[in-house]
Design a protein around this ligand. Structure first.
Ligand SMILES: Nc1ncnc2c1ncn2[C@@H]1O[C@H](COP(=O)(O)OP(=O)(O)OP(=O)(O)O)[C@@H](O)[C@H]1O
Length: 317
């Protein structure tokens, strides 16, 4: 069943812990050389999926091929192809960055360890810190070292489990650049993240895991097209204007936030409807404090897909 264009193929994957079913027939495919992001709420089973794909955990049922190899059959061969960074890989705090890398190079019997290690240190801008103990590193430097260590054996697939959790915005952006560069070099990346905008920024394909199954997948653009594009948020000047607006616009799809006198309107046909609304509001002497167009975010899509109330999907008539 190996497919030339897929780095990973998962079909009918099931996993239970005692009586608790975590994965209940998960299906997805990841094309080679792309970034795939698996999203899900806390406890949805993302880490469980990664553990199965990286051979740390056995599936109960289903087909799981990584680099064309069955995860239940040839673990050693899979290990040559993959790397895992994030929640499980321990960088040794008592060693320097360079020593950590050398340790990995020896573990993988890299032919020219010094040369490879220097290349990685340079690639990740860790040269000046290479002789300092990791315990003195910032969060961003540790993550970079973690990824550098996982690349020493030149894997074709890397698993990044929440690579930017806890990093400041600048380090997150630096990490994004690294992930994109890895993709440019042809590496396939399996990414989990708490930050939906990160998935949107990086992923070619996103799958949403919920209640044991993939409930939606597609490119970020495809997923965002589920929701209306045009949502106008109006902040009214006072309670009377707020109430008048709700009454006046009752035929529209509205989301109301009374405590801040804000009403969001979902449009189908922006131009005509907007002109009409503004005229009616002027006639009714409604005072608008502020307004702005809202962009659909991946978070909006995610909340809608997992059935949590979505601000602009609340129909109040
Ligand atoms: N070894 C285990 N034994 C029993 N239950 C487990 C085990 N590993 C995971 N679970 C349970 O399986 C469910 C899925 O856990 P998992 O860590 O895969 O979720 P996750 O999507 O990665 O969540 P998070 O975003 O919080 O990391 C959780 O309810 C968890 O408690």
């Amino acid at each position: 069943m190996e497919h030339k264009t897929y780095a990973m193929q998962v079909q009918g994957l099931k996993k239970k812990f005692k009586e608790k079913t975590v994965l209940n027939g998960v299906d997805f495919q990841v094309e080679k050389g792309t970034i795939f992001s698996l999203l899900g709420s806390n406890g949805a089973g993302k880490t469980t999926t990664i553990k199965i794909l990286t051979t740390l955990l056995e599936p109960d049922e289903g087909m799981v091929l990584v680099a064309g190899i069955d995860v239940c059959k040839d673990i050693k061969k899979i290990h040559e192809q993959i790397s895992l960074t994030g929640q499980f890989v321990a960088v040794d705090e008592a060693l320097t960055g360079m020593e950590n890398l050398m340790m990995m190079a020896k573990l993988y019997r890299v032919k020219e360890p010094k040369k490879e290690v220097q290349q990685l240190l340079s690639y990740f801008s860790l040269e000046t810190a290479q002789h300092k103990k990791v315990s003195t590193y910032s969060g961003g430097m540790r993550r970079k070292l973690d990824i550098a260590m996982s690349l020493i054996h030149k894997p074709s697939i890397i698993f990044l489990d929440e690579p930017t959790t806890g990093l400041d915005p600048q380090s997150r952006r630096a990490m994004w650049a690294i992930v994109k560069e890895l993709k440019n070099q042809g590496v396939t990346i399996f990414l989990t993240t708490q930050y939906l905008e990160e998935a949107e920024e990086l992923a070619d394909h996103i799958a949403i895991l919920h209640e044991g199954k993939i409930i939606k997948e597609g490119t970020p653009q495809q997923l965002k097209s589920i929701l209306p594009k045009h949502v106008l948020e109006l902040q009214l000047s006072n309670q009377i204007s707020y109430e008048k607006t709700i009454d006046l616009l009752k035929q529209y799809q509205l989301h109301k936030e009374e405590t801040i006198w804000t009403v969001s309107i979902t449009f189908q046909d922006v131009l005509n409807e907007l002109m009409d609304i503004l005229q009616q509001m002027k006639k009714a002497d409604i005072q608008i404090q502020d307004f702005r167009w809202k962009q659909t975010t991946m978070e909006d899509v995610f909340m809608k897909m997992i059935g949590k109330e979505h601000a602009y999907e609340t129909v109040d008539k």
